[in-house]
Design a binder for this molecule. Structure first.
Ligand code: FAD
Length: 524
């Protein structure tokens, strides 16, 4: 069976750590009329930080149904969000088809810098997104229309200015995104414009894979089986090469971003395909052995490309065979967590097991949190992971589990604090995968990780970084230690002579405290 594109069904509302940030003052009047939109220069020399106080100036405004040199003028709008690509993009094809059916053929490619998402994205994802938008803009002849402000105001304004009768999107299942889309849909309906959802960021749309009784899965392995048997479409057809991209307003460009100093990987659709091709050729066949080794380049590093939709997971799945089941399962984890969040949008903040929020004795210790966040806990594997996060905006999956376990079970701090820290730094920061990665590790989320599983930060290091290379890469104070001794500086004469801190807690003792606390709340 295959997934049908189209309306994803009911929408949810909530927001992930999105503080209510006052948006810019939007003035819809005061429009400059010029003949054609200039190609969008994607830097904003005229705008140093902050948000502009008006949307882009209107440049042409043909009336709906008016015959022009372009034909009968009913273009469509393609609103890009987490789908910054041209290939395998069903919403793009739908936008082109709609525009051509009306006889006009022009498509307005739109991206809205929404303050509700922009501010909490943090400096790493802001920098990455700007790079990705640059690449997308270049791929469509610098015609990407970027505007700043609330999509509920701006999307209808762009549609009305363009004289479009449809706005095309890929469905968003995140709590904020789906609520925003419903609000935009209502605002569009008020001016007789349709919001058309075609496809999504997933191979199988959230909410489609259910148990026989129609309820949602809470355990991964049966979800995986059902997801496999549900199946997914083949990648969408290539878009026509002659799309008439059109900017009916002056592009505002992207906001100025301060460089993070992090050497981020190249963004964009081409870079995504290049990375995928390299991994497919050189890493996929050894993925099962290499995937747990942070000292090796054993994983795909596709998560930031998937997050921004620079490549669709369906395109990746189409190139896998049954021999690649290990990798396919990981792609499915991403879909599973999107599904769980769709079913329980409140789980963005709330533990799926509510007792973790109501009955647990969480500790508020800023000093310990700070030591964890900056990689100064005195546990080399944990510290290397947290330093990797700040150095690269990424952390290996095995180490994500270990540092998360350390915060919750050794420092007894709530998973929500750690999840927020991750979301600030991760270049692949994704609400569903992050929230439920944390909940899984904390033991309050979906299936597998029972509460008594407490990752041992030392033995995990010895097992998955057997020569200590990963630790030495990120912790200069331990570079004088050879081989696996880097994991246990306390056992080596001179182990601390370059200033590495001693352990801030006794892991064995804290493990016992955690087990007692968790057992108590399980008993009720
Ligand atoms: C506490 C915690 C927080 C996490 N936060 C995020 C996050 O914000 N964004 C994010 O994309 N992933 C998150 N993950 C999942 C995982 O760590 C990353 O997807 C993975 O490390 C990305 O590297 P990769 O692309 O090389 O992965 P690969 O091993 O090559 O996997 C291929 C793809 O499968 C998906 N995937 C793999 N493992 C998981 C997983 N456990 N859960 C969901 N999807 C997975 C990703 O899209 C990934 O790109 C988190 C995991 C934990 C334990």
């Amino acid at each position: 069976m295959t997934e049908a594109f189209g309306n994803p069904g009911p929408h949810r509302s909530d927001a992930f750590f999105l503080e209510l940030i006052d948006g810019p003052q939007i003035h819809l009047g005061g429009i400059d009329e010029v003949a054609h939109a200039a190609p969008c220069a994607l830097s904003r020399a005229d705008h140093q930080g902050g948000y502009p106080n008006r949307i882009g100036a209107e440049v042409t405004r043909p009336a709906i149904g008016t015959a022009t040199t372009y034909g009968l003028c009913v273009p469509s709008v393609l609103w890009f969000r987490r789908d910054l690509r041209l290939l395998d993009n069903p919403a793009l094809l739908a936008a082109v088809e709609a525009a051509r059916a009306d006889g006009d053929g022009r498509v307005v490619p739109l991206f809205v810098i929404d303050p509700h998402l922009w501010e909490p994205a943090g400096p790493v994802r802001q920098e990455y997104l700007v790079d990705s938008l640059d690449h997308l803009g270049a791929a469509i002849g610098r015609q990407l229309l970027i505007v700043h402000g609330d999509p509920v105001d701006l999307v209808p304004h762009v549609a009305r200015t363009a004289g479009a009768d449809t706005v095309h999107i890929a469905a968003d299942y995140g709590p904020y995104g789906s609520a925003r889309d419903t609000a935009v849909q209502n605002a569009l309906e008020a001016i007789d414009v349709r919001l058309v959802r075609t496809g999504s960021s997933y191979a199988v749309a959230a909410g489609r894979v259910t148990k026989q009784d129609g309820t949602a899965y809470r355990v991964f392995t049966p979800f995986y089986r059902a997801w496999l048997s549900h199946g997914w479409r083949a990648p969408a057809a290539e878009p026509p090469g002659d799309i008439d991209w059109w900017m009916p307003l002056e592009c505002q460009g992207h906001p100025t971003v301060a460089s993070t100093g992090i050497d981020l990987p190249e963004a964009g659709e081409e870079a995504a395909w290049k990375r995928w091709a390299n991994f497919h050729a050189a890493g996929l066949s050894t993925y099962d052995e290499g995937r747990n080794r942070p000292d090796l380049d054993g994983t795909s590093a596709m998560s930031h490309h998937l997050k921004y939709g620079e490549i669709h997971p369906r395109s990746i799945l189409a190139e896998l065979t049954d021999a690649d089941d290990g990798f396919r399962r990981e792609i499915c984890w991403r879909e599973f967590y999107a599904d769980v969040l769709h079913q329980r949008p409140d789980s963005v903040r709330a533990s799926l097991d509510a007792r973790y929020d109501s009955s647990m004795r969480w500790v508020k210790d800023e000093e310990a949190f700070d030591a964890w966040a900056h990689g100064r806990t005195g546990f080399p594997f944990v510290d290397a992971g947290m330093r990797q996060l700040r150095a690269e905006g990424w952390m290996h999956n095995r180490v994500r589990m270990v540092v998360a376990s350390f915060l919750v079970k050794d420092l007894h701090q709530p998973w929500q604090r750690g999840a927020a820290e991750f979301m600030h730094w991760l270049r692949d920061g994704d609400v569903a995968s992050n929230t439920h990665g944390w909940q899984w590790t904390a033991g309050c989320g979906t299936d597998a990780s029972p509460f008594y599983r407490v990752f041992n930060p030392i033995s995990q290091g010895l097992k998955f970084d057997p020569q200590g290379d990963y630790v030495r890469r990120y912790i200069p104070e331990l570079r004088h230690l050879t081989g696996k001794t880097a994991h246990e500086p306390w056992d080596v004469l001179g182990g601390y002579e370059h200033g590495y801190p001693e352990p801030i807690v006794d892991h064995k003792a804290e493990r016992e405290v955690a087990l007692a606390d968790f057992a108590a709340i399980k008993k009720g």
